[in-house]
Design a protein around this ligand. Structure first.
Ligand SMILES: [Zn+2]
Length: 172
């Protein structure tokens, strides 16, 4: 077991989440900048996944060079951390490994989130956005777990300004 996993056992508990499925909840106060857990799993080639309709697809962590970390294969509890567009954690890449770190102080009992910022390698369609719909309910919610290109965000921003809706400032 890596050091990151041992720390994680102490930092959060996995239980049912109001967002859906299970989530990771702080077991003790977590200070901003704390490395919460490493995103573990076997490294595989994107090309080995021909079925992108699988629900597990969303959990494959893209680390570049046609490689993903598959948490369902020798993975750890990091996969229980849900997505939010206004998260309290972020995914940090270091030497090709992925760590989830707190971006602010987190109180015990708070659910941990990071922005999945999923990239499809093509312009997301409406169907893509619906498939990866986000219900985080944050004011910054962009409605999807996908990383949206600047052009799409800009268009959304203009449309929202016209209707005097809240300013869309998030990306991923
Ligand atoms: Zn959201």
């Amino acid at each position: 077991m890596s050091e990151a996993s041992k720390i994680a056992k102490l930092l959060f508990k996995v239980k049912k989440s109001p967002v859906g499925g299970r989530g990771a909840f702080a077991a003790k106060p977590i200070r901003k900048g704390t490395r919460v857990i490493e995103y573990e799993g076997d490294r595989k080639k994107w090309s080995s996944y021909d079925d992108d309709e699988s629900d597990n697809y969303v959990f494959l962590f893209d680390v570049g060079k046609d490689t993903v970390i598959d948490p369902f294969s020798n993975g750890n509890e990091a996969r229980f951390i849900n997505h939010s567009c206004a998260p309290n954690c972020e995914a940090v890449t270091e030497d090709g490994r992925i760590y989830i770190e707190a971006v602010r102080d987190i109180k015990p009992g708070e659910e941990l989130f990071y922005d999945y910022g999923i990239k499809l390698g093509r312009r997301p369609t409406k169907a893509d956005r619906e498939r990866y719909a986000c219900n985080c309910n944050s004011r910054k919610c962009r409605g999807t777990m996908l990383c949206l290109p600047e052009s799409m965000l800009a268009r959304k921003k203009r449309a929202k300004t016209k209707s005097r809706a809240k300013k869309q400032s998030s990306r991923c």
